[in-house]
Every structure is written in structure tokens, then in C-alpha cells.
Design a protein around this ligand. Structure first.
Ligand code: PMP
Length: 412
């Protein structure tokens, strides 16, 4: 049915064998962050115990080794998303940092007052607030693509929003709340037909589906290492070379310069122009290892197994009375948001936690989407390839159990 040996894979993730309140951990909060395989944990240890030194500036042996590993990780990311050049891969602190970089640099150099940036109604705060900050600084306007009842966006709605003032369309590839897989290929083609560049927030997709920025032809893409089995504090901004060349640096400091006097600074070449200060080189090297691990498991295997988990979970959840699933698109990643009548999402999260089940409850950093849905939060279960069908059964049984306790309370 699927080519993954999940029991063996689980052995690669030490944390998965721990217990919570005497119950086996059922970790279903992968959209928030993924667990780390031993190879990544060991790589961090290896860097600190064998090659640790600040990168790029040293001529000594360790610095050269650390620099080589850091730059090798850049090539690994380049290969993973099929970017034409390694200088198009900028390391940042995470998706949030990547979007702040782009928003600041892009708006400063490409936008005038009243110019427009188009976003969807399902964006994460990380792809809303940085643009609002720019709006306060230089008067750009945000235009929002609405969502349909099934939690999808329609190309005709985007086309309606495009105007001569549109400077960028910035779109989430897989919704961190609804799970919707957006039609990014079509959106990119549409944008380009009007000469508008496209940024893809791929924080919830690069770990699930194979990503080819060359084929997609997107202008910018952002994602975080910690959601793809790497560490927190590392992210990626991919940008087409001609775009990155045009954009001014985001932050100033060491590394990003070619020459500094008190009168003037000449900036370094790509990608260093955007990497001010000492980067999290240990985390970047660990990201390279995480990607090699994903490639070893195989993205096609991952994708089909996670799809199986997601379909099974949806099916099982739908059979629970009084449950409402948010996001009913036919094209979904392994993320399911739901609410149960009369049980607040926080209560549900707390009760599931007591049974060893880690889900997320709340607005998932998507308050505008919550407003559109007319709710203040959901319970969210999100899957990774180390999850099992049995874990979904545990979740579903736990939900049934909690609902039965609540309904008895309501009746008495
Ligand atoms: N965009 C999306 C779609 C996300 O899911 C997240 C993380 N929840 C972010 C952006 C922000 O990522 P980070 O916190 O790693 O910067």
C-alpha cells in the first residue's frame, strides 16, 4: 500500500518513544514543529565537537571546515528545491524572518505609496504583519483574496484584485489551518501574465511535497528548517538572482559587506548581502542533514503515506457526531482543523494532552482567517511520516471518550 517502514522510521526519532502522563506520546503537532531524527541531533553534536568555529572570516583550519559545511548545506537546499543557483539561497532565522526581509527590502525599493500587495485570506500572521508594517512606513495597500466555503481560493478572484498598482502576490502554498493546497502553479502563471512577481510561503509544504522552484518559476519562496526535521532559528529565502540583485540589504553588519569606510559601504555579493552577522551555522548544517534524511526516506513515499494518514483521519473524524472540519478542499496536505460542538478548543487540547496526545488549539497565528470563519480557534491535528494509523485511532477514540463525558455533564 505504501513504501514506508514506519516502525523502523520511528526508531530514528528518540522522542517518539517517551511517555506523557504515563501514556505513549502521540505527537500530532507537526505543523507547529517536527521532531528531529537522530542524524540531525548527532550532526549538531558533531559540529560542536569537531569543527566548531565562526564561518567565512577565518583562515584557520576549523573555520574553513565550518565554512565548507555551511556552504555545502546551501547547495543541499538548492538541490532540494531545484534552484538554478546556490547564491539564490539566503539563510535567515525562519519563515518569519525571510518574509520580514523580503517585505522590508521589496517595499523600500520597489513600491510607492498606494502600490498594492495581494495576499490570501488564509495567510499566517508571518505573511500579513510584515506587509502591514511596510504599509505604515510607505503607504502600500494590502488586498485580500477571499476564500470559498471549502477553504479554497479562486483564480478569478485573484484576477479581480490585480491592478496596475499590484507589485507582488504573496501566497501560502498549504494552509497551516485548513490544509488547503493552493494552486500555486496557476497563481504564478497568472501573476506573470501581468508581470507581477510571486512569493510562496512554503512553510507547510516543503516537508510534504516535492518542490521545484525552477519549474514553478516563482520569484521568491520562504520556509523554516524546524518544520522539516531541522532546528529552530534557521530559515530560507529563495529569490531569483535578478530579483535578489535588485533588492537592497535588509540588515547591516558583518559578513554582508565587501568594503566599509565611515563614508560608505560596498555590499557583498549574493547571497551574503542578505546574511548580516554570524548566522546559525550549526542549524544550517543540521538543515542540510535533515534534507538528506528526507531524501533518504523519499519525498514521494512521504507524500503518499501522509496522504493516506490524512484521508484515514478525515474519514474517522467525520464519523464522530457533532464534529465540524474546517477546510474541505479535495486538495489538502496532512493538516486537519476541527471543532466539536459545545467543547471549547482549549478544553479539548487540554483533555487530549492528559491522554498523551499533542495537538494544537487556538487561532494558529491566522486570526484574520478565524474571523472569516466566524470562530476564535480550532483544534488542529497535523501529521508527519512517523505518525501511524494506530495513533489516529487513539486520537479518534480519545475524542469520542471526551465527547461522551461532556455530553453526560450537559445532560445532568
Ligand atoms: N507561515 C506558515 C504557513 C506557518 O505555518 C508558519 C509557522 N506556523 C510560519 C509562516 C512562521 O514560521 P516560523 O515561526 O518558523 O518563522
Amino acid at each position: 500500500m505504501h513504501a514506508l517502514d514506519v516502525n523502523n522510521i520511528r526508531k530514528d526519532f528518540p522522542i517518539l518513544s517517551r511517555e506523557i502522563y504515563g501514556k505513549p506520546l502521540v505527537y500530532l503537532d507537526n505543523a507547529a514543529t517536527t521532531q528531529k531524527p537522530l542524524v540531525v541531533i548527532q550532526k549538531i553534536n558533531e559540529v560542536y565537537t569537531t569543527i566548531n568555529a565562526n564561518i567565512h572570516r577565518g583562515i584557520h583550519y576549523l573555520s574553513q571546515l565550518a565554512t565548507e559545511s555551511y556552504e555545502e548545506a546551501r547547495k543541499t537546499v538548492q538541490r532540494y528545491i531545484n534552484a538554478p543557483n546556490s547564491n539564490e539561497i539566503v539563510f535567515t532565522r525562519g519563515t518569519t524572518d525571510s518574509i520580514n526581509l523580503l517585505a522590508s527590502s521589496f517595499c523600500r525599493s520597489q513600491c510607492h505609496k498606494e502600490d498594492e500587495i495581494i495576499l490570501t485570506a488564509m495567510e499566517h500572521h508571518a505573511n500579513i504583519v510584515p506587509w502591514q508594517i511596510q504599509s505604515d512606513i510607505n503607504g502600500i495597500k494590502l488586498k485580500i483574496i477571499p476564500i470559498t466555503k471549502t477553504g479554497e481560493i479562486r483564480l478569478e478572484d485573484i484576477e479581480c484584485l490585480i491592478s496596475l498598482k499590484t507589485k507582488l502576490i504573496a501566497v501560502i502554498s498549504i494552509s497551516n489551518v485548513l490544509g488547503t493546497i493552493n494552486p500555486i502553479t496557476d497563481i504564478i502563471q497568472l501573476g506573470h501574465s501581468y508581470n507581477i512577481p510571486i512569493m510562496i510561503d512554503a512553510a507547510q509544504s516543503v516537508q510534504h511535497v516535492s518542490t521545484d522552484v525552477k519549474l514553478l518559476d516563482c520569484d521568491f519562496m520562504v520556509f523554516s528548517a524546524h518544520k522539516m526535521y531541522g532546528t529552530p532559528g534557521v530559515g530560507v529565502l529563495y529569490g531569483k538572482e535578478n530579483w535578489l540583485d535588485k533588492l537592497p540589504p535588509y540588515q547591516g553588519g558583518g559578513e554582508m559587506i565587501a568594503d566599509v569606510t565611515f563614508e560608505k559601504t560596498i555590499f557583498n555579493e549574493l547571497p551574503f548581502k542578505f546574511e548580516a552577522g554570524t548566522p546559525n551555522y550549526v542549524g544550517v548544517i543540521a538543515l542540510g542533514e535533515a534534507i538528506r534524511y528526507i531524501e533518504k526516506v523519499g519525498l514521494n513515499n512521504i507524500c503518499s503515506y501522509e496522504q493516506f494518514l490524512s484521508n484515514y483521519a478525515t474519514n474517522q473524524l467525520e464519523q464522530i457526531p457533532n464534529i465540524k472540519i474546517f477546510g474541505t478542499s479535495q486538495h489538502k496536505g496532512p493538516i486537519i482543523s476541527f471543532l466539536v460542538d459545545n467543547i471549547h478548543h482549549y478544553d479539548m487540547g487540554i483533555l487530549l494532552n492528559q491522554l498523551g496526545i499533542a495537538v494544537r488549539s487556538g487561532h494558529h497565528c491566522a486570526q484574520p482567517l478565524m474571523n472569516t470563519l466566524g470562530i476564535d480557534g480550532t483544534v488542529r491535528a497535523s501529521f508527519a511520516f512517523y505518525n501511524t494509523k494506530e495513533e489516529i485511532d487513539i486520537l479518534v477514540n480519545a475524542l469520542r471518550h471526551i465527547i461522551s463525558i461532556f455530553s453526560k455533564r450537559i445532560r445532568t
